[in-house]
Write a protein that binds this ligand. Structure first.
Ligand SMILES: Cc1cc2nc3c(=O)[nH]c(=O)nc-3n(C[C@H](O)[C@H](O)[C@H](O)COP(=O)(O)OP(=O)(O)OC[C@H]3O[C@@H](n4cnc5c(N)ncnc54)[C@H](O)[C@@H]3O)c2cc1C
Length: 568
């Protein structure tokens, strides 16, 4: 017979969002149980050690959460969270290797030096970007986007009342040039308006593509711009990798009394009379109690598709709703990752490359010249639905993980995390295994590019290669449908009040007491603790929580109570 255990809240999935909400609720004094299918928590923020002593990251590598409230509210420093700060965040080298755009909040000198390889005017624009990033209001701008819950369903905000419009009007310089036409623009449109050099524009657009909206997606420009600011504001890797950030979250949750069950796959969300009552674990789960009941709430911190299409019996859901969940678009955000263990870091050629060698940025992209490669890359992925094959459609991004963090590999070696954008397996024109089958070719393409741009990326420098495809990701982690770092498309129709569907945008669901807390909800992908922070606002209302003085809400939050009061 299946025995039953009872908690206030049960959480399904221990990725950054599941762990984050577990820690928040445990800190509020609730009896919380997190069920994770895998042997380890952390979701897509995981580390593996395929060769003893060498730590490889198949997915997430950079932490962009510094501008948000989560690290501070959960006091993660008390639980072992440390950063391996990189002074220079990013660099982008041009095809002729003579120019190099540099960026990051802590490197104004290097940035100026880089932009001077383009023009005096470009260097001056960069000075303006620093003024924006260093203004205290920059944090508020980022929070207005990534750490603010969407308004209640049915509330339509006028442009002047949108959180980011209010916040942008407080930013130096941007307050002077902003007008409401920005709301319809793409990231590239905004770059055309604000920047001079194509390389800089493509750099901003790549940040958008790698962390959020497609750079040519209309109406997403402000969010794409915010993605670049988020990266440059304080993007760096946690000491020991992203998984150590997850350990800090886990320790925080445990210290506040949470129960964390690993190897405990949830097979079903128990629903009675339209209300979530708890979960049923797989028979193989090691714990005695296979049924875990929840008095106050069940929170699904896995992807929206399996939540409604696999974990809940269809009889509890409306057929139209099930179809809308099936129709949610997974496109955008799938990455082909290959880690290289090398004896020596790449030595870039040319005047632009020399700057990269001198400042060892955390992230380097090449070639970043004009928009041609970006357009070719997008055409291949989104229109022709295939991975890049030719040089003209490939932009290689490379993260120098071990430069700032010597805990990742033994002395005498470096780890380079590299990636190309590819379509999600489900949408690849040649079938879901196409990128896996092309792995060797994609690595060869990356190495060919390295060899053109660097003097020392020869066979004797490369010790080992580890590939992770989006298809691999979806097997590693059931939550990573499409192996996608933002889970579903970040376009106007799947963002903010529409993410993942309008009726789910406040994290509530058609099932009473069932909530969502996965990257499929606003603000989307990245381990920002944005989803748990936003969900907390809703749970404070619904569960009548009384967090301590450590809690502060988003200044832009609109509660249902306020809306009702306004109507009355
Ligand atoms: C290639 C790649 C690179 C990335 N790079 C970065 C980066 O540099 N920086 C960054 O911030 N983000 C990055 N991301 C994005 C980031 O990893 C994700 O946004 C984040 O992990 C999403 O967190 P989550 O908790 O919503 O979901 P996930 O991390 O997917 O976690 C979901 C968890 O739920 C568990 N689960 C699923 N189903 C069940 C079930 N039925 N029962 C129990 N448990 C279940 C899974 O095992 C998993 O642990 C990257 C992602 C990818 C794929």
């Amino acid at each position: 017979m299946k025995t039953k255990e009872k908690y206030d809240v049960v959480i399904i999935g221990g990725g950054p969002n599941g762990l984050g909400i577990t820690a928040y609720l445990a800190k509020c004094g609730l009896k919380v149980c997190l069920c994770e299918a895998r042997l380890e928590v952390g979701g897509a923020c995981e580390g593996i050690e395929p060769i003893p002593g060498f730590k490889i990251h198949p997915h997430a590598v950079i932490n962009y959460a510094a501008a948000g409230p989560g690290l501070e509210q959960l006091e993660l420093h008390k639980y072992g969270m440390r950063m391996a700060w990189a002074k220079v965040f990013g660099a982008a080298v041009t095809k002729d290797q003579q120019r190099c755009a540099v960026g990051g909040r802590w490197c104004p000198q290097e940035t100026r030096e880089g932009m001077l390889t383009f023009s005096e005017e470009a260097a001056a624009t960069t000075g303006a970007i620093y003024e924006i990033m260093n203004a205290p209001e920059c944090k508020e701008f980022l929070r207005s986007i990534f750490w603010t819950p969407p308004p209640p369903e049915g509330v339509t905000l006028e442009p002047k009342d949108l959180p980011w419009v209010k916040a942008i009007k407080k930013l130096p310089m941007l307050d002077q040039v902003y007008d409401d036409s920005w709301l319809d623009m793409s990231t590239m449109d905004l770059c055309d308006l604000l920047l001079q050099e194509d390389a800089q524009k493509v750099g901003f657009c790549l940040s958008s593509l790698d962390n959020g909206p497609d750079p040519f997606s209309k109406g997403m420009g402000i969010f794409g711009l915010a993605d670049t600011l988020l990266m440059m504001y304080a993007g760096s890797s946690p000491l020991g990798g992203m998984h150590s950030y997850m350990h800090a979250l886990m320790r925080c949750a445990l210290a506040h009394g949470a129960t964390i069950l690993t190897n405990s796959k949830v097979e079903e969300i128990i629903v009675e009379y339209g209300e979530a009552k708890g979960v049923e674990l797989a028979d193989e789960a090691p714990c005695r109690d296979k049924v875990i009941l929840a008095d106050k709430a069940v929170i699904s911190a896995t992807h929206v598709k399996p939540t409604f299409l696999e974990l809940i019996a269809p009889k509890h859901l409306d057929k139209g709703f099930i179809q809308r969940v099936k129709d949610i678009n997974l496109n955008g955000g799938s990455l082909f990752v290959f880690n290289l263990i090398v004896k020596e870091s790449p030595k870039f050629k040319g005047k632009g490359g020399e700057l990269v060698n001198k400042c060892t940025p955390l992230l380097t992209a090449f070639p970043v010249d004009g928009r041609e490669e970006l357009l070719n890359l997008r055409r291949a992925i989104c229109v022709e639905r295939r991975h890049p094959i030719k040089r003209e459609e490939a932009i290689l991004r490379c993260v120098y993980l071990s430069h700032a963090d010597r805990t990742l590999c033994p002395p005498g070696y470096q780890i380079l995390y590299n990636f190309f954008s590819v379509p999600p397996p489900e949408y690849h024109r040649d079938g879901p295994e196409a990128v896996n089958k092309a792995s060797d070719e994609l690595v060869a393409l990356g190495l060919e590019m390295y060899r053109d741009y660097c003097t020392n990326m020869t066979d004797d420098n490369i010790v080992a290669t580890f590939v992770n495809t989006p298809y691999d990701s979806s097997f590693r982690n059931m939550g990573l449908v499409g192996g996608n770092f933002q889970a579903i498309r970040a376009g106007e129709d799947e963002w903010w009040v529409n993410r993942p569907l309008p009726e789910l945008s406040r994290y509530r669901t058609p099932i009473d007491k069932l909530y969502l807390c996965n990257q499929t909800s606003h603000p989307g992908g990245l381990a920002l603790m944005g989803v748990p922070y936003c969900l907390m606002h809703i749970l404070i209302e619904d569960l009548d929580l009384k967090p301590g003085n450590w809690w502060y809400p988003s200044p832009y939050y609109i509660s249902e109570r306020e809306v009702k009061a306004a109507v009355v």
